[in-house]
Ligand binder design. Structure first.
Ligand code: GRF
Length: 241
């Protein structure tokens, strides 16, 4: 991480803006959702997750939400004739909860333009690669096939370009000798759980915002890769070997 941003992770003097209600969209396990719930439980999220919505009825993340006393909503995409019809219904359900921020946490749907525009500047996603590398699916396998030395994850604002919106924060993992897809995925996942709560908290505290094509932190445009948590910093934070 660069020196100039090094203290930003620990800066606890937020400007409160009233942006405090969060709706999380999931399709599966919800381990990133859990990381956010854990921060909320410790009063460290800077806001409240008011609803979790899944397009998959048996997504385990729904159980995580219920266990935390959070409204868990199922909206199955199979019951709608088109992407547009589904996204229209989803917009309605989301807006009923009056969120300041929509968090995509493993929500496995391509989003319509209308949906993306509706939540422009207030929707974040987490992606398992160091964007702009490896947009789309199968990122770990692609990174291994390319024999990269570094991989990681990114939190970015959602724009109409798939996995292409401005990045707020990334965490790097060094690819070890003999790394497998599973071992890499596990290390990346651990880093996701570190950086997603940070980005969400920044947003809720009014420190992170989207302006034009740039993500701004405390009023200053972030570099294209966002704030970058180095392998060493992440490994230390995670007590990795
Ligand atoms: C994560 O790898 C995330 O990067 C991607 O979907 C996965 C969700 O995992 N967008 P989980 O459901 O949070 O465990």
């Amino acid at each position: 991480m660069s020196e100039s941003y090094a203290d930003t992770l620990n800066d606890l003097t937020p400007e409160l803006t009233g942006a405090r209600r969060v709706v999380v969209l999931i399709s599966g396990n919800g381990s990133n959702l859990q990381a956010l719930i854990d921060e909320q439980t410790h009063d460290r999220l800077g806001g409240e997750i008011v609803a979790v919505i899944s397009n998959v009825a048996d997504a385990y993340g729904l159980q995580r939400a219920r266990d935390a006393g959070i409204d868990a909503v199922v909206l199955p995409h199979g019951e709608y004739d088109s992407r547009d019809a589904y996204d229209g219904a989803l917009i309605k359900v989301i807006e009923r909860h009056e969120p300041d921020l929509v968090v995509l946490a493993g929500f496995m749907r391509i989003l319509s333009t209308r949906f993306v525009q509706r939540f422009h500047g207030r929707m974040l996603n987490i992606h398992p690669s160091l964007l702009p590398a490896y947009r789309g699916l199968g990122t770990h396998a692609k990174a291994l096939a390319d024999r990269v030395t570094e991989h990681g994850c990114s939190v970015h604002f959602v724009t109409e370009e798939l996995d292409g919106g401005p990045v707020a924060i990334q965490a790097v993992v060094k690819v070890s000798e003999g790394e497998t897809e599973d071992s890499l995925k596990e290390k990346v996942h651990a880093r996701e759980h570190l950086i997603y709560p940070i980005a969400v908290k920044w947003f809720l505290e009014g420190r992170l915002r989207l302006e034009g094509e740039a993500a701004l932190l405390d009023g200053t445009p972030l570099p294209p890769q966002g704030l970058r948590l180095s392998h060493a910093d992440a490994a230390e934070e995670l007590d990795e070997e």
